[in-house]
Design a protein around this ligand. Structure first.
Ligand code: DHB
Ligand code: FE
Length: 285
């Protein structure tokens, strides 16, 4: 039987990929950020996931504004990265698990989530940067062993309104959790939620960060995620910023973990680029 070991929420700012490519992890600016990750990696080293289900939002590499699925699930044998224009090196591809993906898709559709299934899917910085943060020993551009987990990318539209509500995202996460737990083959599964926390990249409020709301979200993600489902999308934009709604990916992740979790590690550092960065690792009960 598949077993959910827990979840990790992390920021996915592209310049983190630039810092990794240039080996700047111990520079004054970057050290406090990269220092947030060793406890998470220690836990992963002990719990040894075989599969990572990565909840993220595509920023225009695979889906553009002309066709924007609310929820899309990868079903490919391999997922490639490509140049998004941030100046980041393209990283090595990720092995998928089509049988596991199709089980998730069957279960989600039976559960009334009309997802888009993707047998081809390019993965952008929101997928790649968190993988690099969790697995820094993998040479991202090619030499040596590849990524130690098979992956299923799940893209949530946090980009073009109307975006799915917090309540819908939490329910989607619960359905993902049910789907994984009903998979008959043995596998340890990690759920990742990427993006956020508060940030806004454009307009009059460019640079907006809301530490109080971020802290409240981190608290509620641990002990009362349902409390976050009361916010409307407009309220989330107001409180977290127009890109801070990437918090929804974390809420999907949290939904998959079940009622009770034990916090493994929680850290927060402001800012990285324009974003309040955070990492939260939760072991499933
Ligand atoms: C930044 C943050 C993001 O989430 C993103 O997708 C792109 C850029 C930033 O803070 O620079
Ligand atoms: Fe983003």
């Amino acid at each position: 039987m598949a077993h959910i070991i827990g979840g990790v929420g992390t920021t996915h700012v592209p310049s983190i990929g630039g810092a990794i490519a240039k080996g700047k992890q111990t520079d004054e600016y970057w050290r406090p950020f990269f220092d947030m990750f060793p406890p998470v990696r220690g836990w992963l080293g002990r719990s040894k996931p075989d599969i990572a289900v990565v909840i993220y939002n595509d920023h225009g590499l695979n889906f553009f504004l002309d066709k924007m699925p609310t929820f899309a699930v990868g079903a490919a044998a391999e997922y490639r990265n490509a140049d998004e224009g941030w100046g980041l090196p393209v990283v090595r591809s990720f092995a998928g698990d089509p049988e596991f993906s199709w089980h998730l898709i069957e279960s989600l559709v039976a559960d009334e989530f009309d997802i888009v299934s993707c047998q081809e899917m390019l993965v952008d910085h929101a997928f790649v940067v968190p993988m690099q943060l969790l697995y820094p020993d993998v040479d991202p551009t090619g030499a040596g062993a590849g990524w130690p987990v098979r992956v299923v990318p799940i893209s949530v539209n946090t980009v073009q309104h109307p975006i799915p509500s917090a309540a819908r995202c939490y329910k989607f996460g619960k359905a993902i959790g049910r789907a994984i737990r009903s998979y008959q083959q043995d596998a340890n599964v990690l759920i990742m939620g990427t993006g956020g926390l508060s940030h806004q990249l454009e307009g009059k409020r460019a640079g907006f960060i809301n530490k109080d709301f971020d802290r409240l979200c981190l608290d509620r993600l641990v002990d009362d995620p349902a409390a976050l489902t009361g916010y409307s999308s407009e309220e989330l934009v107001e409180l977290a910023g127009s890109q801070g709604v990437e918090l929804l990916n974390w809420l999907v992740m949290r939904g998959a973990l079940g009622e009770h979790v034990s916090p493994v590690s929680r850290s927060y550092h402001v800012p990285i680029s324009n974003t309040a960065s955070a990492v939260l690792a939760l072991a499933a009960a």
